[in-house]
Write a protein that binds this ligand. Sequence first.
Ligand SMILES: Nc1nc2c(ncn2[C@@H]2O[C@H](COP(=O)(O)OP(=O)(O)OP(=O)(O)O)[C@@H](O)[C@H]2O)c(=O)[nH]1
Ligand SMILES: [Mg+2]
Length: 284
Amino acid sequence: MSNSANLLFIGLPGSGKTTFLAALWHVLSDRSSSTTLKLRKLSGDRTYLNQITKEWRECSQVPRTNLQTEQVVVLHLDGERFGAFDLSIPDLAGEAFKQQLTDRRMSRHHNGFVQDATGVMLFLHPDVQKGTQLSVARRLEAELSASQKGDAATTSTMANTWSPDMLPTQAQLVELLQFVLERTQRRLRVAVVVSAWDLVDHLGAPRAFVARELPLLQQFLEANDDLFEHSIFGVSAQGGDITVEAKKQTLLELDDALKRIKVREDQHTSQDITKPIAWLLRGR
Ligand SMILES: Nc1nc2c(ncn2[C@@H]2O[C@H](COP(=O)(O)OP(=O)(O)OP(=O)(O)O)[C@@H](O)[C@H]2O)c(=O)[nH]1
Ligand SMILES: [Mg+2]
């Protein structure tokens, strides 16, 4: 295995990319738990990681990433059967991915990250109801019947106000994956991470969740197994909903912040947040 690797985190705004990185850095720098990947040494500029991890430890919301605050994080790691290697992960802004959907193009900057990527982590927040439920079906029906009636005023506002937000989340995620796949010759691994897993853990395994809530995404993942391998993880990086004061207090009172983290794959749950990364890197 070569001694460097690059991952690409993709996901819409608020899908949990920065929170994952913050929890990952806590676990790696704390070094007290047994994880598949471990921190080999501290070096380079860790200002950004330390800042987001401080927020994470205090159960405060990590700041939203925007085009100005995007950073590339470099981790010096080690792991059994991995050897020593340096892992780069850019923390990109969900806004930039939305922009890809609107513009139908990718910035040169992002394209560079795609070319370098050895694996892709696709984040989605489990609150995917928006854009997939009856509300959207009803609105589309209303718009269709307005256009059939030749209601010019309604149809012209429709045309003017179309935005990628009107696409169901699962269609947006398939598009984002397609943008990446079109631009790479490699056979990538894709780890789908359902973030905020604590909110939906009682509903079953991550794979079943995706099959039920995002069937188009699931079909896309399965139908393209000749292009890429995928796996689905449920990750609670924060441990619970910090906007609920009582929940936040419970999280803050834990004797060890590590206990907030849960990673589920099929029926197996652990606290090892490096697992999805290790799975991606085994594909190299
Ligand atoms: N309940 C719960 N909520 C979480 C968890 N992890 C993240 N969240 C919430 O989900 C949202 C994700 O936020 P970010 O991590 O900033 O998402 P992001 O993908 O970096 O977003 P952008 O920077 O806008 O691209 C926040 O509101 C978090 O509080 C979790 O483990 N449990
Ligand atoms: Mg972010």
